[in-house]
Ligand binder design. Sequence first.
Ligand code: FAD
Length: 459
Amino acid sequence: MGKNFNIIIVGAGMAGLCAANEAASLGAKVLVLEKEKEIGGSSLLSGRFMAFAETDLQKKEGIQDSSQLLIDDMLAVGEGKNEAHLVEAYGKSQLETYKWLVEKGVEFHAVRAASGHTVPRGHTITPLQAITTLYNQAIATGNVTVVVEAAVKRLRKNSDGRIQSVIYEKDGLEFVVKGEQGVILTSGGFSKSNEMLESFAPQLKNALRIGGNGNVGDGIKLAWEHGAWVRDLPYLQGTYGFHPTADGPRKSQAHAFYKGAIIVNKFGNRFVNESISYKLIGTEALKQPDNTSFQIWDQTIMNESVPGDALYDFDNLLQLGLIEKANSLKELAQLIDVPIEQLEKTIAKYNEDVSKGEDSEFGRKTLTHYFGKPKQINEAPFYAMRTTAAMLATYAGVAVNEQAQVLNPFNEPIDGLYAAGEIAGGFHGAGYMTGSSLGKAAIFGRIAAKSALAKLVTN
Ligand SMILES: Cc1cc2nc3c(=O)[nH]c(=O)nc-3n(C[C@H](O)[C@H](O)[C@H](O)COP(=O)(O)OP(=O)(O)OC[C@H]3O[C@@H](n4cnc5c(N)ncnc54)[C@H](O)[C@@H]3O)c2cc1C
């Protein structure tokens, strides 16, 4: 490339593009290297939710939220295993980042409640609109060069021990390029790496694999070579809600359980509190006989279908033939090959418990997290969707501090090395709040750029 840059960014998804925009606005010359032909990675496939609090959209809908409530929810859903200082850094920058994205032209449409939300705070975007806008804005600064089909292979230190160069491959040739202030890794997770998933999460062998094609953990290996520590590997989990045989890179998902559906196994028995994080539900679902489970709901819940929504467009899935519909529970049980009497018994028990306000079997008190009240399933027609878990985002990755510096096992920053987005571990802990992954990609992408370029700005 014959040119030096202030900063090199590895990967052009949400985190990389936010880092690029922030770096450019600080006056830096930025090189973004993207392995795939198309930019966007998993961000482009995502279910569209970004977790923010105290926004104009929430206020418009009369939703009372706060940064502190968001932080508390994240820590609760992460079962306290997440790094509190990272969650607090998210809370501190979230509203400002939401406004920054709006200013850049990213469109937010609606607010929905999903996993880990005490109040609705999943702000929906159209991923293609968001990624294209951030890309165009970055290019328009004149400070950002994006090279696609450029796979970063290794990182190299300068004579002072600072990470400063990357070796990348393009068109079968190898190039070395320098980033004076260092390298930001925004290369996503490893949901598409059988090698890494088999090594770190053999329990997920039956989960679907979804994500950007380039998301095979390259960045984690690049950082490992230079002594990075990793966090959250024990909490690798699938996400519940996907139809096992649907087509397309995204497959098809429905979260009718967060609207009140119950989940049963092939024997017609419930096995989980349906209001908990879909990651935890996914773990339980993968333990069921034949790896089979079904969401079951009725017309009252079906009426809450939201056209075009990634999680709640049940009518669309019905039309695609992914949901079974029947006029009675008996007929439904026959369609999905679940014992009729047991399914009827399970639903009768559940309905009785709902009327008493107490789920005697699994302790379900809400629809999702602390939001909403369970409903009886009794209005025909009835619906069922065969559902499984998918590995779509790994969330375990390199250890970082709140400045997005990559840390070694002694908690010391590795000079010149930063990471943001799905590649970074330690943030989610044992569970997951919907929208916090795209949220953290944007927030920590910007933080990484600011902290990498702090010297450039002060000089
Ligand atoms: C189906 C699905 C639904 C989801 N829904 C949501 C949701 O609703 N809300 C939410 O918050 N999260 C969601 N997630 C997770 C979220 O999309 C990701 O965690 C997030 O987009 C990660 O952003 P990122 O910028 O870190 O990585 P990505 O967007 O994956 O970008 C990483 C980029 O780095 C590139 N790259 C990798 N290795 C190299 C290399 N060696 N050299 C150069 N480039 C490289 C990749 O090709 C990729 O383009 C979902 C994920 C999926 C798959």
